[in-house]
Design a protein around this ligand. Structure first.
Ligand SMILES: [Zn+2]
Length: 277
């Protein structure tokens, strides 16, 4: 499952999984999209296209194997691939439907549909809830096991809905677009600062909090320094906190994440130090 699919998602998947990316695309059955801003869905077309090509190649492989086994061409089974459900609310739904329709109109069979967030789907159970960002922006709670749940804030200012959903969850992934020094920008653009996100964590007490969605408007190095400083000064009382890195892979297990937290913080510190050399 992909949670949001911004521009560059396919490239990130390729970097992460290398030659295994095709298998991952074949196994992808759900994409959940939080809201209408392009950095959360602009990569959907590329992912659908790459998955369609992977499915076509898979069909070719299945057909070739059947023919080699002595089947007549007419006996080779027609492909029946799992349909990918893109979970999206209005107004993203219209964009998703247009994307699927334009790919299909150009002759690409994408094996995908768009469903409302309230649609019951196979595992894992998802619960979408409204947050405070733009029109109908959503956060997500995913139940991964009897005592394992992940809550994703989407883009939002710190809000009660995230606190309620994240209370007692295993992992809270919260946006922290701005450093604490940019609280005015955060409020105007309806995003969170690092301190605001950690305030949510202090109230919800998740097993671990992962901060992400750091602003790209500022130099990466400066941003890293400010984020690390903000996290250090705002952290007391908010429980274990990790700062997300591109391509980071985490177990949904608070003790294992806690063991990684200091290493991740060290990476940010190294980035900061190098920026001052
Ligand atoms: Zn947004």
């Amino acid at each position: 499952m992909l949670v949001d699919c911004g521009e560059g998602s396919l490239g990130a998947l390729c970097r992460r999984f290398g030659s295994g990316v095709e298998g991952r695309l074949l196994g992808l059955t759900r994409v959940w999209i939080s809201h209408v801003h392009a950095d959360h869905h602009a990569g959907l077309c590329s992912v659908l296209l790459a998955r369609a090509h992977a499915l076509a190649r898979e069909h070719g492989r299945v057909s070739a194997t059947a023919l080699k086994a002595g089947c007549q061409r007419a006996q080779v089974p027609a492909p029946a691939f799992p349909v990918l459900a893109v979970v999206a609310d209005e107004p993203v739904r219209g964009i998703v439907l247009d994307t699927i329709a334009s790919l299909e109109a150009s002759g690409v069979r994408v094996w995908a549909c768009c469903v409302a967030p309230s649609t019951p789907l196979p595992w894992p159970p998802l619960h979408s809830f409204f947050v405070r960002h733009c029109h109908r922006a959503l956060g997500l709670r995913a139940e991964l096991g009897p005592a394992t749940s992940v809550v994703f804030s989407g883009d939002t200012v710190p809000c009660r809905a995230v606190v309620e959903q994240a209370t007692g969850c295993t992992m809270l992934i919260h946006e922290a677009t701005f450093s604490d020094a940019m609280a005015e920008d955060a409020s105007r653009k309806r995003h969170s600062t690092v301190g605001g996100a950690l305030g949510v964590a202090r109230q919800a007490r998740p097993g671990v909090t992962v901060l992400t969605h750091f602003s790209q408007r500022y130099s990466h190095m400066t941003s890293a320094a400010k984020i690390a400083d903000s996290a250090d000064s705002s952290a007391p009382g908010s429980g274990p906190v990790l700062l997300a890195l591109d391509g980071m892979q985490l177990p949904v297990d608070a003790p294992q994440c806690i063991a990684l937290a200091s290493q991740v913080r060290r990476v940010y510190r190294v980035v900061c130090a190098r920026s001052h050399e």
